[in-house]
Design a protein around this ligand. Structure first.
Ligand code: G6P
Length: 609
């Protein structure tokens, strides 16, 4: 997490840095700061809380200069405060950092024993101390940074400046994203493309172990040994982030409404209307790998993990390949067995989630091939995998994932259909029917979204409860998990998702009128069974909100509130049952007045373990 921006050029850089940070706020938003070379050396402005606080502080104390760095933070070491906000400065050496220095305790002890005094509780400040210690022993700031990074263990994207060397900054990357933007008489460093895209579209994606010396008229790359590295800039062709709410109260609501169009984007160019075949023109995966797939392991975190759980049902059903789904954070440490013919499918909206990247690296180290399902173009995940199915969801700004999830589901359905088609495990007629079903989904989601006003009405009755239970069976189990996750993320109400069949093994003890139960019960092969679960809840005095297919029929008699979905093929139901759950969470949170787009303690991109 944490967002970094650096600028070396000829323009006043204060606004350039703050504007860049605004586009990186999704990475963290608990404090922020900038440091700029001014006529008085390097000066800093930092503020606790949202970026707006930094903007206010900067307006009160503007800094003038044409070389500077900025940072928006998601606290790992030390609480969010002005003292812990980056940039950190020691004897004129200034540092912004994204990542975690794992050996920070021993380094800090050593530095303190040598007489250094620390101003913050962060691991980052250590880097500033070390650079200050190394610089006098070396010829250049680059050398001092290289010697410093050789002493730290962990992940980092860092940019360093020195008050005595006003025309350059040094950047280094290890397991945290960092890019360099090449402009005309000005150059940039940033954690992500949107931060600098309005200034340049020529970008170098730094690799692990890369160092860069960035000046207004040059950028030089080198590796850990000091040898020069040549990079060719990539031209970014996609559109700038549409960071506008376009009349919606929150980005999350806008993104919920965008889902029909984004799903069309996910399918675009991948389903032939003439032949009804699925193909992935942009994903290179050779036939040999494909034909030798014996087992698939899906790796992901958070909402992407829930998408993976749905994907397992679809792939196993259609392509008859055994699929495991694992949380990336668990997989990476469990000494996994990777047999021959194992294909990893890594799912990540951002493509920068540290655990997912590490899990893929672990699997590849053990001989697996990996493909990604990812939203962010050129993100790290897409560069370490053999191929990528881009979801084309467009930038997702709301921290609670909505359109990223449904587009991931569509990508997984397409993957399942494609595997089935290539392996000959599905009748063409069934494929055609399923593809027709997929084409109707955007219109059906549209219909679900129109229910918002009615959902808002009954959501009022639930804003004061302390806990929710979400139940689902089969493919609706991951949807129950996702519904619970959405609610807790943005409303701060505790919520638990459970497999409906497991209710009797524990959660039933909790049921009373203070624990609303959301039952996901569309008409499908599990319908009768889930209805029984619903009745069991009612029999114990529980309040029930049901998601079911229209007409609601039997469910109406037992549920206190009902949200309906149109009739869709059973396999595709998760794409629509999740919509009312997104809206329910949104409405409850909105009525409560929480910070929906930037909920407390969370971040959009989790680049630390
Ligand atoms: C964070 C986000 C979630 C997301 C998860 C995994 O927790 O808040 O919305 O699902 O990370 O992120 P990824 O980018 O890998 O999908």
């Amino acid at each position: 997490m944490c967002g970094i921006v650096g600028y070396a050029g000829t323009r006043e850089c204060g606004d350039i840095l703050i504007d860049g940070l605004r586009r990186l706020e999704y990475r963290g938003y608990d404090s922020a700061g900038v440091a700029i070379h001014t006529t008085n050396g390097v000066e800093r402005v930092r503020a606790e809380g949202k970026l707006a606080n930094l903007e206010r502080a900067f307006r009160d104390t503007p800094l003038h200069g044409t070389v500077g760095i900025g940072h928006t933070r998601w606290a790992t070491h030390g609480r969010p405060s002005e003292a812990n906000a980056h940039p950190h400065m020691v004897d004129g050496f200034v540092v912004v950092h994204n990542g975690i220095i794992e050996n920070h305790m021993e380094l800090r002890d050593e530095l303190e024993a040598g007489g250094d005094r620390f101003e913050s509780e962060t691991d980052t400040e250590i880097i500033a101390h070390l650079v200050a210690r190394e610089r006098p022993k070396t010829d250049s700031l680059l050398e001092a940074v290289r010697n410093t990074m050789a002493q730290v263990r962990g992940s980092y994207a860092v940019v360093v400046m020195n008050a005595d060397e006003p025309d350059l900054m040094v950047a280094a990357r290890q397991a945290s994203p960092l890019i360099v933007g090449l402009g005309d008489g000005e150059n940039f460093a940033a954690s992500d493309v949107p931060a600098i895209m309005m200034h340049t579209r020529d970008v170098v994606f730094m690799n692990d172990g890369d160092f860069a010396v960035i000046r207004r008229d040059s950028v030089e790359f080198s590796d850990t040994s000091g040898a020069p590295v040549t990079h060719t800039a990539k031209r970014i062709l996609w559109d700038p982030v549409s960071a506008e709410k376009q009349g919606y109260k929150h980005f999350m609501l806008k993104e919920i409404h965008e889902q029909p169009d984004r799903i069309i984007d996910t399918m675009r160019g991948r389903v032939s209307l003439e032949t009804n075949h699925v193909h992935f023109p942009d994903m290179a995966l050779d036939d040999e790998v494909l034909s030798s797939v014996k087992r698939i392991i899906i790796l992901a975190c958070g909402t992407s993990y829930h998408a993976g759980m749905v994907g397992r049902y679809a792939i196993e059903k259609l392509a008859r390949v055994p699929v495991e789904v694992d949380l990336a954070s668990e997989f990476r440490y469990r000494d996994p067995v990777i047999g021959e013919g194992t294909l990893i499918v890594a799912i990540s909206q951002s493509g920068e989630t540290a655990d997912t990247l590490a899990a893929v690296a672990e699997a590849k180290r053990r001989g697996a091939k990996a493909i990604a399902i990812c939203n962010v173009i050129e993100s790290t995940l897409t560069r370490v995998c053999e191929g990528t199915i881009y979801t084309h969801a467009g930038p997702e700004i709301g921290v609670a994932s909505t359109k990223a999830f449904t587009t991931q589901l569509v990508a997984l359905y397409l993957l399942a259909i494609w595997l089935a088609q290539e392996r000959g495990t599905q009748e063409p007629a069934e494929r055609i029917e399923l593809l027709e079903g997929l084409r109707r989904i955007p219109g059906q989601i549209e219909k679900c979204i129109q229910d918002e006003a009615r959902i808002r009405e009954f959501a009022r009755n639930y804003v004061d409860v302390h806990s929710f239970l979400f139940l689902g069976r089969g493919m609706q189990f991951p949807i129950a998990l996702e519904g619970a996750l959405k609610l807790k993320e943005i409303s701060y109400i505790h919520a638990e998702g459970y497999a409906a069949g497991e209710m009797k093994h524990g959660p039933i003890a909790l049921i009373d009128d203070d624990l609303p139960v959301v039952v996901v019960a569309p008409r499908n092969e599990h319908y009768e069974k889930v209805l029984s679960n619903l009745e069991e809840v009612k029999a114990r005095g529980g309040r029930v909100i049901a998601v079911t297919s229209e007409p609601a029929g039997d469910v109406l008699r037992h549920a206190d509130d009902v949200m309906t979905i149109p009739e869709v093929p059973e396999l595709l139901q998760p794409l629509v049952t999740v919509i009312p759950l997104q809206l329910l969470s949104y409405c409850i949170a909105d009525i409560k007045g929480t910070d929906i787009d930037q909920p407390r303690n969370l971040a959009k991109s989790v680049t630390v373990e």
